[in-house]
Design a protein around this ligand. Sequence first.
Ligand code: ADP
Ligand code: MG
Length: 264
Amino acid sequence: MVAINEPAICFDSVSKWFRRKGQITHALADVSLDIAPGEFVSLIGPSGCGKSTMLRLVGGLIPVDRGEVRINGESAGEARRRKHYSFVPQHPALLPWRTVKENVALLGQLNKRAGAAGIAADAQLALLHDIGLGPFVDSFPSELSGGMQQRVSIARAFALGAPVMLLDEPFSALDEITRADMKYLLLDLWSRTGSTAVFVTHSIPEAVALSDRVVVLGNRPGHIRTIVDVDLERPRQEDIEDSEQFHALVSDVRSALKAGFDSV
Ligand code: ADP
Ligand code: MG
């Protein structure tokens, strides 16, 4: 039973250590963060500050060492079994021998078998058409550019209807123009599906343009330095990046990040 006001994602005093070859890395120290249903939150911070670790903890891919992570009131492991999240990695993981349409449908079938609600095949197709992938649904991944493949990978993740989207630097391998384009595609998909998004990026303007809140992390061990509320109105289009308010927010995030570097 999900309580009213239950956050979609809850980090409750989470600590994580990795042990490898006799060496212990304290990856996260006492991280507490509540993410509301339907919220878009970005994680930003220096390399190695635990951003990917946070996503992997939410995804139930690794266990916490101290504290708790809950997804809609369930343990991360349970949420994983019930396919409550979709993961978008840095590089598109499409099956090369299946068309775009089949790539989307196949994952949908697998998830349904695992008991996830998902959305119907015709609704998946409609979504692909709505975001301009209609002409490519019968193409094979090798016939598409890298940017287009990542577009499909992101669309597929949303088309599966998972309530929580985990995106780990999904735009970092793309060129600037494609990247700018992709940002607003992502916002479009997010607003159409109402999912909760946790997005890792190294780009401050990207984090501000997309998010309701930007979580700035510090290093050694990874911890939350500060959280910047982004109260830019929605829906957002590219011209929002010309506003003074946008620049002020970018500068707030930059200062928070710099303060972190100065103290290392
Ligand atoms: P980020 O994504 O912010 O760059 P990560 O979450 O990948 O950082 O890593 C946080 C810290 O934990 C780093 O110091 C990294 O080297 C370490 N780490 C991550 N995964 C492992 C692992 N499987 N084994 C050992 N150390 C790890
Ligand atoms: Mg990472």
